[in-house]
Design a protein around this ligand. Structure first.
Ligand code: PLP
Length: 425
């Protein structure tokens, strides 16, 4: 791993001046396919005997820079960028589960992930078993002989809860399954899950890594530590592949086998490729990641403190606040800051929550997080609408909850906007 600092790698990892033109910014290689040197070269590429570009569904030079950069920032061995955060989740679990298998997931998840796990994955025969990040023993209780993976968010949606990754990694290790951490809300600037025992990291690049609310993307990062051959429970990585002359991925590709399997089997067949243009925009975003994440977190803490003292606010869920249930975990896992996303409750419940969303002028009312702009939403009526009523409260999306994603504006302007909106309640 590079010894360069995080900010340096945010700008330089994976990139070098273009060898033919000298272009310093990474060019957008907007091409579907690549000319082979000769027939032997073509055969070697198709047989996985040699690395190289064949077709942009599988590899692309612009996307390759993005992959190397995120792998470097996370401290992983390799990464595969894909069309969206949801595609990253599909591809990661597709490599691990066969029909009839189970995976354990924290209840405190991005609303779209709850839907994906509950409905679409069920139709693949992948059965989710829910656990609670506030109760580590619930993960242990959920383990069964059919368990193939554990999935949590590092900073959990929507309340900004900080997951005890090391404790859940210990459960995963004992069960002999990989721990997958969705690190979208933290980014590697705030939390690096591999340093706490995670095996695989997934991201929605759409959010803080891209950072500007302009492109959808996702990525799977291989931590390189899980021993697939020793486990023997993951045929996707350990069975001879007939299409590659009987090659066993985990025998040939060592500590980046998972990433290779995702690329040459998952991405090849499921096809959720990212556009090189999106890779370019997200790479540009990552160059300023350390500056942005610090400002997001500092602004969010100031807004959370202000709301906590506001007479019309009943509670604030932000791990950066000294009295918060997850404050000790924040100091351990995310000492630089607790991120941009948190929730609060307005006196008066559902109608009051809706009134605040209606009243804001600077905050944008939309279903996203991790934009430069500050965002607001009422989860119970929107992102968590399809979540079953009894799961809503457990997921942190009760009727009175308002979620904020604090942007990079002047914090005084954000506070003034919330104050005038709360005055309308
Ligand atoms: C947005 C998001 C996703 C899904 O990512 P898309 O890029 O929208 O597909 C998954 N997890 C978290 C935490 C997210 O915020």
């Amino acid at each position: 791993m590079s010894t360069q600092g995080f900010a340096t790698r945010s700008i330089h990892a994976g990139a070098k001046p273009d060898p033919t033109t000298g272009a310093r910014a990474t060019p957008i290689y907007q091409t579907t396919s690549y000319v082979f040197d000769d027939v032997d070269h073509a055969a070697a590429l198709f047989g996985l005997k040699q690395f190289g570009n064949i077709y942009t569904r599988i590899t692309n030079p612009t996307t390759a820079v993005l992959e190397e950069r995120v792998a470097s920032l996370e401290g992983g061995t390799a990464a595969v960028a894909v069309a969206s955060g949801h595609a990253a989740q599909v591809l990661a679990l597709h490599a691990l589960l066969t029909p009839g298998d189970e995976f354990i997931a924290a209840r405190q998840l991005y609303g779209g992930s709850i839907n994906q796990f509950t409905h679409s994955f069920k139709s693949f025969g992948w059965n989710v078993v829910w656990a609670d990040i506030g109760d580590i023993a619930s993960f242990e209780r959920a383990v069964s002989p059919k368990t193939k993976a554990i999935f949590v968010e590092s900073i959990a949606n929507p309340g900004g809860l900080i997951t005890d990754i090391a404790a859940i990694a210990a459960v995963a290790q004992k069960a002999g399954v990989p721990l997958i951490v969705d690190n979208t809300f933290a980014t590697p600037y705030l939390i690096r899950p591999f340093e706490h025992g995670a095996d695989i990291v997934v991201h929605s690049l759409t959010k803080f890594l891209g950072g500007h609310g302009n492109s959808i993307g996702g990525i799977v990062v291989d931590g390189g530590k899980f021993d697939w051959l020793k486990s023997g429970r993951y045929p996707f990585l350990t069975e001879p592949r007939p299409e590659y002359e009987g090659l066993v991925i985990a025998s040939v590709f060592g500590n980046f086998s998972f990433a290779i399997a995702i690329r040459v089997l998952g991405l090849r067949d499921l096809g959720a490729a990212i556009s090189p243009f999106n890779s370019f925009l997200i790479l540009t975003g990552i160059e300023t990641l350390p500056l942005r994440m610090q400002r997001h977190s500092d602004n969010a803490l100031a807004v959370a403190k202000h709301l906590a003292a506001h007479p019309k606010v009943t509670w604030v869920s932000y791990a950066g606040l000294a009295g918060d249930k997850y404050h000790a975990a924040q100091r351990r896992y995310a000492p630089k800051g607790a991120g941009a996303v948190f929730t609060f409750g307005v006196k008066g419940g559902y109608d009051a929550g809706i009134a605040v969303v209606k009243g804001v002028k600077l905050f944008s009312h939309l279903a996203n997080v991790g934009d430069t702009r500050s965002l607001i939403i009422h989860p119970a009526s929107t992102t968590h609408r399809q979540v079953a009523t009894e799961l809503k409260a457990a997921a942190g999306a009760a009727p009175d909850v308002v979620r904020l994603s604090i942007g990079l504006e002047d914090v005084d302007d954000l506070i003034a906007d919330l104050d005038q909106a709360l005055a309308t309640v």
